[in-house]
Design a binder for this molecule. Structure first.
Ligand code: NI
Length: 182
């Protein structure tokens, strides 16, 4: 399967709200191919999530998976709705395949309810927390034309990857692979 090109900040697709997928079209070969391509592109790019607008498609679809720890199995979510399950916000590092090489501290809800459809059109309804909740909120934002920079409360934590690794992560941080990059 061909890899899709990941568009970068400045491409209008990243600032255009994606459209819901008509449920009867989820089984269409074009949409199934898009999902397969997104999964492969995410893996090849070493990201833990990817949203359709990042490959220039305006469909409300995102995929995510993390090798861990914590290991998160592959998820495909179509037409998602996200509902925070807690009022508080937790800060952690994020990056974005569409904003290469930058990391920043982003506040996210530590627990969210995810509703939507899977790639067979079956209803999804589950609650995620921690790292998975962060990934889901990052990818959901992409479907609404929002990137993690927009969510940062203080741009002073913004750093290039090498400098972030050298000066900011420190010994107390979890494995670098745990940083949400989608
Ligand atoms: Ni992203």
């Amino acid at each position: 399967m061909p890899l899709r090109t990941i568009v970068r900040l400045g491409h209008p697709a990243l600032r255009t709200p994606a459209l819901p997928v008509p449920p009867e079209r989820i089984g269409d070969p074009e949409l199934q191919a898009l999902i397969d391509d997104m999964i492969e592109t995410m893996h090849e790019s070493h990201g833990v999530g990817l949203a359709a607008p990042q490959v220039g498609e305006e469909a409300q679809v995102f995929v995510y998976q993390a090798a861990g720890p914590p290991e998160i199995p592959l998820h495909v979510v179509v037409n998602p709705m996200i509902t925070p399950q807690a009022r508080e916000l937790a800060y952690d590092w994020e990056g974005c395949l569409s904003i290469p090489d930058l990391r920043g501290l982003v506040p996210r809800h530590p627990k969210v309810r995810v509703q939507g459809l899977d790639r067979e059109g079956r209803p999804l309804d589950y609650v995620v927390s921690g790292f998975e909740a962060r990934i889901v909120q990052h990818e959901f934002d992409h479907l609404n034309g929002i990137v993690f920079l927009d969510r940062m409360r203080d741009l002073r934590s913004l750093a290039f990857f090498d400098e972030w690794e050298a000066y900011l992560v420190g010994g107390s941080q979890p494995d670098l692979d745990e940083t949400a990059v989608g």
